[in-house]
Structures are given as C-alpha cells and as structure tokens.
Design a protein around this ligand. Structure first.
Ligand SMILES: Cc1cc2nc3c(=O)[nH]c(=O)nc-3n(C[C@H](O)[C@H](O)[C@H](O)COP(=O)(O)OP(=O)(O)OC[C@H]3O[C@@H](n4cnc5c(N)ncnc54)[C@H](O)[C@@H]3O)c2cc1C
Length: 450
C-alpha cells in the first residue's frame, strides 16, 4: 500500500467518509478500471455520521448499522481501504500525479487525486475549554466519548442552536437528561433557514420542554476537581441577553444589557458551533481556497486535475437557473453523494452537471425537517401551517420564482417543491390570491406547480 519510490498509480481518495465512499462507488459503477485507494485518518471503517446525534446516540441503532460497505465489497471492487493515516503533505507533479505523505511517514503515490477531506468542528476558545467533559460531535471518536460520559451525567449544556446542537439536545433530553441549550445569536439555526422557520423551531422546542437561551454570552467553563486529581467541567458561566431567560416563553426578551452572569450546572458541555472546511492540504498544493476548496461545476479544483468533493468544496450554486457566479459550500449527505457523482464523471474524462436539487434533513425530537433547494438570496416567503396536524412549511421565492422550502412534518410539501424545482416549474405566489392558495394547507402544493 504505502511505498517510498513506487511509480504513481491509480486514484488516491483522501478522506474516507460520505464523499470519498460515494466517489469510489460511482467510479466503479461507471467502469473506472484503475486501482482506488480510499484513505482516511480515522481508525474506523467508513461510517455514516447523521445518526451520531440522533438514533445512535439514543441507542436505537448499533455501530454496525452506520458502516457504509462491508470489507468484502471493497475487496470485490478493488478498492484498498487505508485507516488511521493522516496525510500532511502532498507532492504533486504538473500532470496530476504525485505522492501523498502521511504523518506516520508512509507515502501513497497516485496518478490522480481526490480531496474528500470534509470539515472539522469549530472550537470554542474560552477559559476551561480543555476541561474533561467538554466535547464536540463531528466524528465517531467524539460520539463514543460523549456516549461513554452520558450515563453518569444528569445536567448537560449544549452550546450552539444549529442543526447538530438541536438534534443532540433533543436526543439527550429524550434520554432523560436536564439539557440547557445556549445560543449566541438572537435566533436558532443561524442563516441555514429563514426567520419564520427559526421562530417555529424555537417555539416547538420550548413547548416540548427544551430550555433554550438565546443571546448567550459564555464567559468560562467552571472546573471542579475529580476524584483522580484531575479537573472536569462542572458548569458554564453565562450571561443571557437579547433573548429569553431560562424556560421563558419566546418574546420575553431580557434586554440588550443581559442578565447577571449565572453558572448553569453541567457534567457535560457539548459544543456544536459549526465547522471549518479542511483546506490545509489544498492550500499547501497551491489550489484556490475560499471558504472551502474552490471547484468548478465539475468538481475540478483550480489545477484542473484534482477533484474536491462534499463538505470541503466551494462550488457554483448547482440549482438550475441560479445567478451566474453564485457559489456555495454545502454540508449535507445529499450534496456529498451528488457532488461525488459529478467528480466521478470528471475523473472518467466526462463533464456532467450536478443532477437533482440539493436537499437536507434534520430530525429533532418529533420534528422532521426537510429542506428542498437553497434559500440564499430569497426576497419573499410564504408560510403554510396546519397546527392541528403539526405541519409547517416556508416557501422561499426570488424574483417571483420558487427557490426552496423548509418543511416540518410536511413530506408532501417537500416533495412538491423538490419536484417543481427539478422540472423548473414555479409555484407562483406573486399575487395576493396566488400567495393565499400557497399558504392554504388544505390546497395540495403540487396542484399549484406550473
Ligand atoms: C453528528 C452529525 C449529524 C449530521 N446529520 C446530518 C443530517 O441529518 N442530514 C444531512 O444531510 N447531513 C448531516 N450531517 C452532515 C453530513 O454527515 C456531512 O455533510 C457529510 O459527512 C460530509 O461528508 P464528507 O465526506 O464530505 O466529509 P466528512 O464526513 O467530514 O469526511 C471527511 C473525512 O476526511 C478525513 N480527513 C480529513 N483530513 C484528512 C487528512 N489530511 N488525511 C486523512 N483523512 C483526512 C476526516 O477525518 C473525515 O473522516 C451530519 C453531520 C454530523 C457530524
């Protein structure tokens, strides 16, 4: 597998996760005949991440169900799986071939290179950040560490009201823990959803008993001595301002000045404040990098030979009809899969566009969010809600055309918008009458697509 002076051969995929796995599978499906090395730094067989904050954390599914493919599958498809090797240097020739060097000193020669290196958890730099009990949730080791601690904990603080924070907080609450979720911003889920969806989630989670505090300013993690002489986290010192106080209903703002600092008890602090794309190897190779590895619509990096796929890649907005030059970095399973298929074509010498419409899901307690399309740049929204049935959707428009929808427990709305986008149809809402029809949950959205 590794060799000092071996001639460049085959394809080396750095990053053995959703994108890397899909790239290898798609290449074999397309008839790619050269040898493939699928290499990753984690000491696990490639696994799916989404359940780590949901079903797996709650013990509803076991480790094996997360594994992508069996060892036999990789053998049969002539893919060498390399675990536990972190690539730290890439020496590349102008023809695209080269050698990747691991921290261990092992060398992996390649004829073509794919970077599917994903992203890593953003760290929170406050006093006490290195105390035992302060954890993140990006990979299996993080998840195993969290699970090992959960049994003994009664109080958990989750920092970050994005998808991972909300999913994990919902799971931990379901597991009987006292959970307080602290969000720095004035609303949940940052810019990933619009205001109406963020408000809906805030109300829905609070009405399910989750203690969410917005406008939270964390000053430090409070240490306590452990029986073995070490230090572990025992609480989070926080000032809450611009949002609502503990257990308060939405709208009971405490003012911009904030409350006096308080310490919220916690034996575990789970930090979920977003990710940083892993671009260091690309930078070292001289590839263009800008919030991810810059790629064209065929997943080719700026050298024209390396492909970069998934969470690590910054690509042209793939939605048909989106403004020229608009770029985006997506963090989702669907994107990793579709983007890998595009890259596989490129490695086969074909140029194909991203097929399908980007979509995303997030399960939080009984709230099943599905997002179709990309809402960036919207200038109009229409809300459809059916509180009796617990359904809620927001449709996003740009210049009169539907571009996306957030749908909570509303799979038919999700499918209607996803299909309309794929067929380049509109679900018009440009007159009061049309908008009223879109907003009416008794009207099936698919009947409005034109
Ligand atoms: C807890 C959790 C829940 C999620 N839930 C959902 C969900 O519900 N829906 C959804 O659509 N998406 C979800 N996601 C996001 C989804 O899992 C990611 O978008 C997807 O994993 C991206 O795949 P990737 O292969 O591009 O990157 P990653 O999964 O980040 O994989 C990159 C791999 O490359 C390895 N690597 C990096 N640098 C090196 C190096 N120098 N040498 C060797 N190896 C390296 C990393 O260790 C990693 O294994 C979730 C993510 C997490 C963490």
């Amino acid at each position: 597998m590794a060799s000092d002076n071996a001639a460049p051969t085959g394809l080396l995929i750095i990053g053995a996760s959703q994108s890397g796995v899909q790239l290898a599978i798609s290449l074999r499906a397309l008839g790619f005949e050269e040898h493939i090395t699928l290499l990753g730094e984690e000491n696990h067989r490639p696994y799916q991440r989404p359940a780590l904050s949901k079903e797996w954390l709650q013990g509803e599914v076991g480790n094996e169900s997360l594994i992508f493919r069996s060892a036999e599958y990789w053998d049969e498809h002539n893919v060498t799986l390399v675990k536990d090797q972190r690539i730290t240097e890439i020496r590349k020739n102008p023809d695209g071939s080269g050698v990747a060097v691991a921290e261990s000193g092992a060398e992996f020669p390649f004829k073509r290179l794919a970077l599917t290196v994903g992203a890593r958890a953003r760290k929170l730099a406050v006093d006490g950040a290195d105390l035992a009990g302060v954890v993140y949730l990006r990979n299996a080791d993080d998840a195993l560490a969290l699970k090992a601690m959960v049994g003994d904990a009664t109080d958990i603080v989750v920092i970050g009201g994005g998808f991972i924070g909300l999913e994990a907080a919902s799971s931990l609450k379901k597991m009987g823990k006292n959970v307080v979720l602290l969000e720095h911003g004035p609303r949940l889920v940052g810019r990933a959803v619009g205001e109406a969806t963020a408000e809906y989630f805030l109300d829905a989670h609070r009405s399910r008993g989750l203690d969410i505090r917005l406008g939270a300013r964390i000053s430090r993690f409070v240490p306590a001595a452990t029986h073995d002489g070490g230090k572990a986290v025992s609480g989070v010192e926080v000032t809450v301002g611009g949002g609502t106080a503990a257990g308060g209903a939405a709208g009971e703002g405490t003012g911009a000045e904030g409350t006096a600092a308080e310490v919220i008890p916690a034996q575990i602090v789970l930090v979920g404040i977003g990710v940083i794309p892993n671009t260091e190897l690309a930078e070292q190779m001289g590839l263009a990098v800008d919030n991810g590895i810059v790629v064209d619509s065929h997943a080719l990096a700026s050298d024209g030979t390396t492909v970069a796929v998934g969470d690590c890649a910054n690509m042209p907005n793939p939605v048909p009809g989106s403004p020229a030059g608009e770029r985006i970095r997506l963090e989702s399973v669907n994107n990793a899969i579709e983007h890998a298929k595009v890259a596989a074509y490129s490695l086969m010498g074909r140029r194909e566009d991203y097929a399908g419409i980007p979509w995303f899901w997030s399960n939080q307690a009984d709230l099943k969010l599905q997002i179709a399309g990309l809402s960036m740049g919207f200038d109009q929204t229409v809300v459809r809600r059916d509180d009796e049935r617990g359904k809620f959707s927001v449709l996003y428009y740009r210049k009169g055309r539907i571009i996306a929808a957030d749908c909570v427990n509303a799979p038919l709305d999700f499918m209607a918008v996803k299909n309309a986008l794929a067929k380049r149809q509109n679900i018009p809402a440009d007159t009061a009458e049309a908008a009223a029809a879109v907003a009416d949950p008794a009207v099936q959205l698919k009947t409005l697509a034109v």
